[in-house]
Design a protein around this ligand. Structure first.
Ligand SMILES: Cc1cc2nc3c(=O)[nH]c(=O)nc-3n(C[C@H](O)[C@H](O)[C@H](O)COP(=O)(O)OP(=O)(O)OC[C@H]3O[C@@H](n4cnc5c(N)ncnc54)[C@H](O)[C@@H]3O)c2cc1C
Length: 566
């Protein structure tokens, strides 16, 4: 039996993303204010003292696993820290202009007016990784403990299924599953409240939601995959502060997809493409979609003469309001992308993640005052969400992504009508509830011409890059001597049914070339090989695998991409 150390905390935040960093800092501020008011006799209550707060992060440092566009709406940050600019928030540049392009294969049509959801006046272009590093410094200055290289692998429950903390992954297990000389058992962090802010498809949230049935009566979660590159382009190629969103090429009209180009300081351009992980054709390869996007004349013109600096890929919660799980249970709260707080109509989740974290913090303050960490108090978090601007922003766009599952054109008509009607689902055009992405994928014999999608796409390593080259630009590193963190629950399916039915889509949907069907001399057939060291932690495989036999779990702490500055 492994002997694990138990560390008693009060509040443990899993994941150092914007949701949890804002939550922890807000909680510290609220406790300070509460104590001052009690001391001054303004509030009749007890002081709350010696609250130990910890944030655990699986990346090698805060920001290492943070990938975003990013145009940031500063609404939540202003509430958290009204003087965020004076306090040195590392914004890159202010948005100065917006455009919306519809792309056909060769042509670009610029909309004379930018649709209101895509207007970004007053927002900032940022590296979210840098913003998180900066917020982490503020947290540490406020006395919050931050533990990088601490992947939470398991939720700890008491006998009544109340959450009582998390188990941190062990270090030093070899690929044979046996402890090595440097073996360290992970600690158990015990907490009165555990806050899951793991981003999209949290590996702990997945366990919790399924065990406690927190998704009962909710629509299935749906996701997109965002693939991003940072480029340095020749001066004058793209204006600093200019924001472009695109629709059309290369996605077909049945596939949810769109691109972005954001002009940053020093001729740096953030460019990316989002593909809905509820596509029909198993031959779709989101990485190839992005590479194809860059070959469009309107895009390649911007990048010509420039150079690739960094690469990353990460999933995005696209379902919104209808797909939110129950946000609380005894001893636990769910925040940010983990709880589907992203506004997919605007591709914006930073401010909503932060606000959800702040409302979670306000609920935790209440729990600390009442010394009650059960659902009796934690359920107030949902009420706070419903009474906040999160509801006002997310409820009217609740049917946005669902409509796209019926194709681009009916979705656009719906989007217009929803904008005018406050989000009403226009049933006479189409039904708009969600279907889980993996359930939608068609079998090979139901698809025409899938194999021809990328016939013309060549990786020239100037404009377009193959997956392995891109992974290199993601600065991805995992210790090779550890068991793969991608658990295939039934490898036999990969070598048999999946070959015939879907043509092993894992080779295409993974943007980091983790999955490879390799000929095995002994068995005389192709079998799955997992190059887990390439993994960028995007979780696409866990989401879209049509058989749901890939389980993504956290690898040894510190492994993964390094998105510093992305
Ligand atoms: C490509 C892309 C472009 C985007 N563009 C924009 C944009 O322009 N504007 C905008 O507002 N939003 C954008 N978003 C969305 C936005 O980035 C997210 O909504 C936001 O980052 C969510 O914050 P979060 O704190 O919930 O999660 P995350 O930012 O995902 O942070 C979660 C953190 O938790 C850590 N973690 C996860 N599991 C564990 C575990 N078990 N143990 C320890 N640590 C763990 C992760 O390593 C990560 O650091 C974009 C997203 C993507 C992927």
């Amino acid at each position: 039996m492994v002997k694990r150390e138990q560390i008693q905390m009060d509040i443990v935040f899993v994941g150092a993303g914007p949701a949890n960093l804002a939550a922890a800092l807000h909680l510290k501020n609220l406790i300070r204010k509460h104590n001052e008011e009690v001391e001054a006799g303004i509030k009749k209550s007890e002081k709350i003292e010696d609250v130990e707060i910890a944030i655990v992060e699986k990346g090698s440092s805060v920001g290492a696993h943070i990938l975003s566009g990013a145009v940031m709406n500063p609404k939540a940050l202003k509430e958290l820290m009204p003087d965020f600019l004076e306090q040195g928030c590392p914004i890159d540049t202010e948005v100065k202009s917006d455009a919306f392009w519809y792309l056909t294969e060769k042509m670009k049509f610029e909309s004379p007016i930018t649709p209101p959801p895509l207007r970004n006046h007053g927002y900032y272009i940022v590296s979210l990784s840098r913003i998180c590093e900066w917020l982490a410094e503020k947290c540490e200055q406020a006395g919050i403990n931050i533990f990088p290289e601490f992947p939470a692998t398991e939720i700890l429950y008491d006998k009544n299924d109340a959450v009582i903390g998390v188990r941190i992954g062990e270090k030093g297990i070899g690929k044979d599953g046996k402890p090595k000389a440097n073996y360290e058992p992970g600690v158990d962090l015990l907490a009165k409240v555990t806050v899951l802010g793991e981003g999209p498809r949290g590996s702990l949230a997945k366990q919790l939601i399924s065990r406690l049935g927190l998704d009962k009566d909710r629509e299935p979660a749906v996701y997109s995959l965002g693939i991003k590159e940072l480029w340095e382009v020749p001066a004058g190629s793209f204006k600093e502060g200019h924001v472009v969103h695109t629709l059309g090429f290369p996605s077909d009209s049945q596939t949810y997809g769109g691109g972005w180009i954001y002009g940053m300081k020093n001729n740096i351009v953030s460019i990316g493409y989002v593909t809905g992980l509820d596509y029909l054709d198993p031959m779709i390869d989101p990485h190839a979609e992005f590479q194809k996007f860059k070959t469009h004349p309107a895009i390649s013109r911007i990048l010509q003469g420039g150079k690739l600096i960094k690469y990353g890929a990460k999933t995005i919660n696209a379902g919104g309001w209808h797909t939110m799980p129950q946000l609380y249970a005894d001893g636990v709260l769910l925040v940010g992308d983990t709880a589907s707080f992203l506004n997919s109509q605007r591709l914006k989740g930073i401010h909503t993640a932060m606000k959800s974290g702040m409302l979670a913090a306000e609920t935790i303050l209440e729990a600390l005052i009442k010394n009650d960490f059960s659902s009796n108090v934690l359920r107030h978090y949902e009420r706070k969400v419903n009474n906040s601007w999160l509801y006002d922003e997310l409820h009217p766009v609740r049917n946005f992504h669902g409509a796209f599952q019926r194709g681009r054109w009916s979705a656009l008509i719906n989007a217009g009508l929803q904008f005018l009607s406050g989000g009403f689902a226009w049933g006479f055009i189409d039904r708009e509830s969600h279907q889980a992405g993996h359930e939608r994928m068609l079998k090979l014999d139901q698809v025409k011409n899938g194999n021809k999608r990328y016939e013309d796409l060549k990786f020239d390593k100037k404009l377009t890059f193959d997956k392995l080259t891109n992974v290199y630009y993601g600065s991805v590193a995992h210790n090779e001597d550890q068991p793969p963190h991608l658990h295939i629950l039934d490898p036999e399916i990969c070598a048999t049914r999946c070959v015939e039915e879907y043509g092993n889509p894992c080779e295409r949907f993974c943007p980091a070339a983790v999955y490879e069907m390799e000929f095995n001399q002994k068995t005389g057939r192709k079998e799955l090989k997992i190059n887990f060291t390439n993994c960028v932690h995007c979780k696409t495989c866990d989401i879209i695998d049509p058989y749901q036999i890939i389980n993504w779990v956290t690898p040894e702490g510190g492994g993964g991409p390094n998105y510093k500055g992305m």
